[in-house]
Design a protein around this ligand. Structure first.
Ligand SMILES: [Zn+2]
Ligand SMILES: [Zn+2]
Length: 168
C-alpha cells in the first residue's frame, strides 16, 4: 500500500531527477510560459559568419594588429629610452656630492617640504576670475561631497577669496 509519505518521496524524486526539464515544470502551480526563441535562433543563424567571412575578418584584424604594433613600437622604445635617461639622471644626482648633501640634509629634516600647491579647480570653482591662482596653498577650504564626504582642499589666497565670493 502507498502511504502519503511514499507519494511525497516519489514526487521529490521526480523533482530531483528532472529539476531542469519541462516535466518538472508540471509540478509547479504556475507553469511559466517559455519564451518563443525560434525568431532569435534565426537571427543568430543569419549573423553567424561563413567560414570565408571569418577568415577574412581574422586576416583584416591581423593586418591591423601589425600596423598598430609598428606604429606603437617607436613610441614604446622612446618611452623606455626616456625612462632610462630619467633614472640615469637621477642616479647622477644621487651620486653627486651636491645630491648627497641635499639628501642628507633632507634626512636630517633641514629642508622644509614644499608648501602644498593650490588644488583649486579654477575653471569650475570661480569661472568669473581666471588666472589669479598663486599656486602655493595658504589655506584649506572644506567641502562636503556626497560621494567622498568631507574633503579639505588646499588653496592659495586669491583662489580662496574667489571661491568665497562665489559661495556667497
Ligand atoms: Zn582657483
Ligand atoms: Zn589657486
Amino acid at each position: 500500500m502507498t502511504t502519503p509519505d511514499d507519494t511525497l518521496a516519489a514526487i521529490d524524486d521526480v523533482i530531483t531527477w528532472h529539476g531542469d526539464s519541462d516535466d518538472a515544470m508540471v509540478w509547479t502551480a504556475d507553469r511559466p510560459k517559455r519564451p518563443d526563441l525560434s525568431g532569435l535562433a534565426a537571427i543568430v543563424d543569419a549573423a553567424r559568419p561563413s567560414p570565408e567571412a571569418a577568415r577574412a575578418l581574422t586576416e583584416r584584424l591581423a593586418t591591423q594588429m601589425q600596423a598598430f604594433n609598428e606604429a606603437v613600437r617607436p613610441v614604446a622604445e622612446q618611452m623606455v629610452h626616456t625612462a632610462r635617461a630619467v633614472s640615469e639622471a637621477l642616479a647622477l644626482i644621487i651620486n653627486s656630492p651636491e645630491g648627497r648633501a641635499l639628501i642628507e640634509a633632507a634626512e636630517r629634516g633641514e629642508i622644509e617640504p614644499d608648501p602644498p600647491s593650490c588644488h583649486c579647480l579654477c575653471q569650475a570653482s570661480h569661472k568669473g576670475q581666471q588666472g589669479i591662482c598663486e599656486h602655493d596653498a595658504i589655506a584649506e577650504i572644506v567641502r562636503v561631497s556626497p560621494t567622498v564626504g568631507r574633503v579639505e582642499i588646499p588653496v592659495c589666497g586669491p583662489c580662496r577669496g574667489a571661491q568665497m565670493a562665489v559661495a556667497r
